[in-house]
Each structure stands twice: as C-alpha cells, then as structure tokens.
Design a protein around this ligand. Sequence first.
Ligand SMILES: CC(C)(COP(=O)(O)OP(=O)(O)OC[C@H]1O[C@@H](n2cnc3c(N)ncnc32)[C@H](O)[C@@H]1OP(=O)(O)O)[C@@H](O)C(=O)NCCC(=O)NCCS
Length: 299
Amino acid sequence: MLMSMKFTDICFITNDVLKLRAFYETVFDVKAEGDEWHSGIRLGEMAIVFDYADMLQSNNAFRYVSAGGANNVVVSFGVDDVDAEYRRLRSMDIKTLNKPTTHPWGARSFQFRDTDGNILNFRSVREFIIERLPTKDAGGLEARVSAVAALAGEIWREFYTPVIGAAQVEYMLDKFQSARQIYTDITQNGFVYLIAKNLDREMIGYCGVVPTEGYLLLSKCYVRIDARRQGVARGFMGEVEALCKAEYGLNKIRLTVNKYNFYAVAAYKKMGFEIVDSVNTDIGNGFYMDDYIMERALD
Ligand SMILES: CC(C)(COP(=O)(O)OP(=O)(O)OC[C@H]1O[C@@H](n2cnc3c(N)ncnc32)[C@H](O)[C@@H]1OP(=O)(O)O)[C@@H](O)C(=O)NCCC(=O)NCCS
C-alpha cells in the first residue's frame, strides 16, 4: 500500500449539476456548496463532487469525459508527487487518458481507467494556486506589484531581521523589493513574477526569475510564514522549470542564498539544487550579501 496516497473524492460528471446534487443533499442530509457548473458535498474526510459535462469537455485535459455510463464517475486520490505516479504507472504499461496537467485552480492531475473502464484520478493535494503576473501593464499591474512589495516587507522583516539585522533588511527591501523596483524589473528588465494565493485568494508567496546567459536566475522565492512547508516553493519550482525549458530554452536554474539561511539551503537541496560556489557581494551602504551559489541542472 502506498502511504502517500489518500482517497479524497468521487466526482460525478453530469448534464444537470443542480438536480444531481439536490438528490445527494436529500439522501445525506447535508448542504452542497458551489454552482451549476461545479458543486460538492463534504462527508467527513471525503467529498462528492458534481461537474457539468460541457464545462469539463471544454478543457483540453478532460476532453474524454461524457455524462452517463462508466464515463461519468471519477474516483480521486491525492498523491504527493503526481509526476512520479505517472511515471510509475507508465512503467507498468498502464495507459493514461492524459499527461499530468496543472489546472487553473492549482491542482495537478492525470487520469486513467481500470480494466472495466472506470476512471481513476491521481491529483496533487495542494491548496493554493500559482499565477503569473503580466509583463506588460495593460492596467492593474501597479496594484498587483504593490501587493507583492507589501508581502515582501512582511516576509523580510519577519524572517531576515534575525539573520542580517533590521538596517540591512530595510536597505535591501528598498533596493530590490520595492514596488517601484519590482515594476521596473517586470516591465523593463525581463523579470517574470509568479505569485501564490491560498484558497481565500490571499497572496502567500512570490517568486521572480530572469533569464541570464546560460541559466535562468531564480532571483526571489519567498513564502509567508503560515504557508511554509506546504509545497508552495515546490509549486513555484515546477512552474520555473517549465518556463526555463519551454520559454527560454535553458537547462539550468541558478540562485543565490544567504549562507546562514540554513532552512532555505536545506529546502533548495531537497528540490535538487547543489552548492556550486559562494560569493560575497558589496551591495552598498556598507552592506554585503554573503551567499552560496546553488544550481540545478534540468533533464
Ligand atoms: C525557503 C522557502 C522559500 C521554502 O518554501 P516552502 O513553500 O516552505 O517549501 P516547500 O514546502 O515547497 O518545500 C520544498 C522542499 O523543501 C523542504 N523544506 C522546506 N522548508 C524546509 C526547512 N525549513 N528545512 C528543511 N527542508 C525544508 C520540504 O520538505 C520540501 O522537500 P520534500 O518535498 O522533499 O519534503 C520558505 O521557507 C521561505 O520563504 N523562507 C523564508 C524566506 C527564504 O528563506 N527564502 C529563500 C530565499 S533564497
């Protein structure tokens, strides 16, 4: 038995979400949440989900679904590593209905059928979504960048004050993480910013990358204290890896991390980075960044 696997829900694909969910509300005496496209009822640890067939079919990954027959029930399991599960099943010659796909609501999943044709869904258990900020300001970018800068201030003052002291924190926030600087980096300096939001739509982390000769520089990766150790940085890393290969044709990610930031060094090692060098950078005003350089080569 795979310990990392958790039964999460059964999804019924239907042509009438409201009618079907009303039936289950009556049978189980619970109130459903959601709308005519997507609704669910929770029964303890487990959920029954109702999805409108046309809506799912309009998503490339779910083109195979239909309402009725063995096609209208999807049994879902949360797994730690969707891609590893995909490789494991493929190595056993089990055909899948699609490849692992990250959906706009944050989950990553793929589906396959059992020998009777029932659909099984292996999906990530993460409860956040990652969005990419636009690189051109068609209106609204300044407000979003200000929200990133506010989160930067919150995380930096909490985390870095004991590491580098309050004066250097304020100096570095102003120099590298102010709304003005982030806006310039995005619109003029080739930076791409990703932000993570929890299910209440609060921003809980951000990440900034910029292509540099020979590698993609992971310039920033910060997660709010209450959202750490829940896979947000790993989520960013998945997106950064895709960006690195598909958008920039690069096969190496590089970052610098404070030598005394033991937690981040440990986290990056877990995510496949290794220390390749160290550097002590003069950033002005008598301050230095005493960093390791870490790299991760992509397959
Ligand atoms: C470092 C940081 C970005 C990690 O983000 P996170 O969302 O908590 O990390 P994740 O939950 O995605 O974990 C990714 C991997 O790192 C490991 N990890 C995370 N924090 C760790 C820690 N404190 N010690 C050891 N390993 C850690 C996780 O176990 C996971 O590996 P696994 O999947 O093999 O178990 C976050 O702790 C943070 O923002 N810290 C403060 C600011 C900072 O140091 N930023 C980095 C600047 S270079």
